[in-house]
Design a protein around this ligand. Structure first.
Ligand SMILES: [Zn+2]
Length: 75
């Protein structure tokens, strides 16, 4: 698979956890596929992934499972 930024082969996909919003609107999404290029060091998401993230955020109440998590603030 080729990198969209530099065009080199060998891009890797890794699944990451990202959080969106804060406070009572905080939403954590796990296993988001992020493409990471070893050549230019860029990491980015595909348009499909971004669309899916928007969909998940819109429908968070039907998708999300409530889990107790520890949240800290960097002070
Ligand atoms: Zn690249």
């Amino acid at each position: 698979m080729k990198c969209d930024i530099c065009g080199h082969d060998g891009i890797a996909t890794k699944n990451v956890t990202r959080s969106f919003g804060k406070g009572k609107d905080l939403l954590v999404i796990e296993d988001i596929p992020v493409l990471s290029c070893p050549h230019c060091g860029e990491s980015y998401m595909t348009a499909d992934t971004l669309l899916e993230l928007e969909r998940i955020k819109l429908h968070r109440h039907s998708f999300a499972v409530k889990r107790p998590v520890e949240v800290t603030v960097f002070a």
